[in-house]
Design a protein around this ligand. Structure first.
Ligand SMILES: Nc1ncnc2c1ncn2[C@@H]1O[C@H](COP(=O)(O)OP(=O)(O)OP(=O)(O)O)[C@@H](O)[C@H]1O
Ligand SMILES: [Mg+2]
Length: 267
């Protein structure tokens, strides 16, 4: 890799560095080009919204960024760690340590309390029971649901269920939160609450990447990417949103680092 950063550059390296990601699905004699060469840098502390028509490759990219799937070709580094070519258990370990996921349909276990749902990622990470309980409770407190730990998903509203899912996403203290249409199943008032919460987590230093179909949801982010046919066709800074002036450490570096501005961004 001729132009990848040297180890001494690690401190200023972006959290996400993707180069020329291609993802091709072959089904019988049909080939689907889900990603056609996506290059992207995302700085630590940024807040990015991804938009684009259905089928344009947004979820495919999120799955690769989240180490749930590997690209057909291309390079991906997360926090300086090379991801492509890793074995499944190494991928799972990166996922567990660095990434929290939020989905449109919440993906909580039914008939399982909020507290236990939030504990799950720590079960996989091998955290002891007492510590799990304590951290899960702290995460629920953080999303404003400290009193609801004993409720099962069916006893919670959609917005509350998504808060539980966000608590689960942040409980291992990940560097990155990936949310694929986190407000897609919520009404507009509840969506606003969820975006307020994600903005708050971003202010506390977490890097947040969301996929959304809604312009007013994307407007909460500091940067907007638009996909078309498996490629990024727009990369816009959105000044005045997400606390450009008082945002978390890292946001100020962005405009001065050409590596972080993929494909035609306008500072
Ligand atoms: N597992 C798969 N097998 C085959 N084709 C797939 C698979 N996953 C995605 N695709 C195809 O890849 C393309 C991109 O899909 P992707 O899910 O990334 O779109 P998207 O932008 O997230 O769309 P939406 O807004 O509807 O969620 C689509 O043509 C889709 O049919
Ligand atoms: Mg999708």
């Amino acid at each position: 890799m001729p132009d990848s950063p040297s180890p001494s550059d690690q401190a200023t390296a972006p959290l996400i560095e993707a180069r020329n990601l291609v993802k091709t699905y072959t089904m019988g004699d049909q080939t689907v080009h889900a990603l056609r060469g996506v290059s992207l840098g995302i700085a630590e502390g940024d807040f990015v919204a991804i938009m684009g028509a259905s089928g344009s490759g947004k979820s495919t990219l999120m799955n690769i960024l989240g180490c749930l799937d590997l690209p057909t070709s291309g390079e991906y580094r997360l926090a300086g760690e090379e991801v492509e070519g890793l074995a499944p258990d190494a991928l799972a370990s990166i996922r567990n340590r660095r990434i929290g996921f939020v989905f449109q349909q919440f993906n909580l276990l039914p008939r399982t309390s909020a507290l236990e749902n939030v504990e799950l990622p720590m079960v996989y990470a091998g955290v002891k029971a007492a510590q799990r309980r304590e951290k899960a409770q702290a995460a629920l407190d953080r999303v404003g649901l400290g009193e609801r730990g004993g409720h099962t998903p069916s006893e919670l509203s959609g917005g509350q269920q998504q808060r539980v899912a966000i608590a689960r996403a942040l409980v291992n203290n990940p560097a990155l939160i990936l949310a694929d249409e986190p407000t897609g199943a919520l009404d507009s008032k509840t969506s606003e609450d969820i975006m307020t919460l994600l903005t708050e987590l971003n202010r506390q230093g977490m890097t947040v990447v969301i996929v959304t179909h809604e312009t007013d949801i994307a407007a909460w982010a500091r940067r907007k990417l638009v996909f078309r046919d498996g490629q990024i066709v727009e990369d816009l800074r959105q000044p005045g949103h997400g606390g450009v002036t008082d945002g978390p450490a890292g946001s100020g570096k962005l405009e001065s680092d050409p590596n972080l501005l993929a494909q035609g961004a306008t500072p």
